[in-house]
Design a protein around this ligand. Structure first.
Ligand code: SF4
Length: 269
């Protein structure tokens, strides 16, 4: 399907992409994006289950997708995450480009709030996330025309309504969430069926894995992201990477969050 003449804005591109993505499987969602975008397309992985599925779709397909895979190395990740990073590069024979915090900004942050100062207040936590994640993300996305993420609508109340494609006003690009409409069971099935490498912490009660000191296992019945910054109010629990903007399409609110209990054993059956 042709999108027609060049489209002017990220919002109009996202609106045109959405129906194309809705009717395709994961690899062909990525292929549709690549076919209709010019410029850099960047996928940011944090090695969670969603991101591993997308990495597999990008690198294990014969579609030769021109998608850069990058990661934000906060310096505070779980040892298991670094091991998975290595395992993933080995499996696909490709290197994932890492963006680290600016060393000067990190030294200033730690001097001001201490090495674990992020527990002191929401503001202190957001300052840490800004230095370790948000600023490196800005460098990772510099000059990009599209950004691929592993967001899913059912992950948390904050993510309900995440569309397949949207405009990101903050970065001035098209943001594509190719798993937005996937349920946890869809994801675990894909990972299992394709023998995608994944973090063993997922089998130990961690459906969502971020920095080690800011992630705990969840209890049965809790939302998937309840273990992230668990000491904070649910409504404030995002790290600043995914900021909803007025340019989002009008379907905001139509996709209701469906609090999802952790389910789906990933171990080979
Ligand atoms: S998740 Fe925690 S350790 Fe990681 S950047 Fe944010 S506050 Fe800092």
């Amino acid at each position: 399907m042709d999108l027609g003449p060049p489209l002017a804005s990220p919002g109009s591109i996202a609106a045109a992409l959405e129906p194309l993505l809705a009717q395709a499987d994961l690899p062909h969602r990525l292929a549709a994006l690549a076919r209709h975008m010019t410029g850099r397309i960047v996928f940011t992985t944090s090695f969670g289950l969603e991101d591993q599925a997308i990495t597999h779709a990008v690198w294990d397909s014969d579609l030769d997708l021109p998608i850069e895979i990058v990661t934000l190395d906060t310096g505070r990740l779980f040892p298991e995450t670094y091991d998975l990073w290595h395992e993933t590069e080995t499996r696909y024979g490709r290197r994932i480009r890492a963006f680290a915090p600016d060393s000067g900004a990190l030294e200033t942050l730690v001097a001001a709030q201490g090495v674990n100062g992020f527990r002191g207040s929401v503001e202190a936590r957001k300052a840490c996330c800004h230095v370790r994640k948000v600023e490196p993300l800005r460098r990772a996305l510099a000059g990009a025309s599209a950004w691929i993420t592993g967001l899913r609508a059912e992950q948390s109340p904050n993510r309900a309504g995440v569309p397949l494609a949207e405009a990101d006003a903050g970065f001035g690009l098209v943001k594509v969430n190719p798993l937005a409409d996937w349920r946890r069971d869809d994801l675990t099935r894909y990972v299992r069926d394709h023998a995608v490498p994944y973090n063993p912490l997922h089998d130990q009660g961690y459906p969502s894995i971020g920095c080690q000191p800011c992630t705990r296992a969840v209890r049965v019945g809790e939302p998937e992201r309840a273990g992230r910054w668990w000491w904070e109010d649910e409504a404030r629990k995002e790290c600043g990477l995914h900021v909803r903007t007025p340019l989002r399409d009008a379907r905001e609110g139509e996709r209701l969050n469906n609090p999802h209990n952790v389910s789906g054993d990933l171990r080979p059956s």
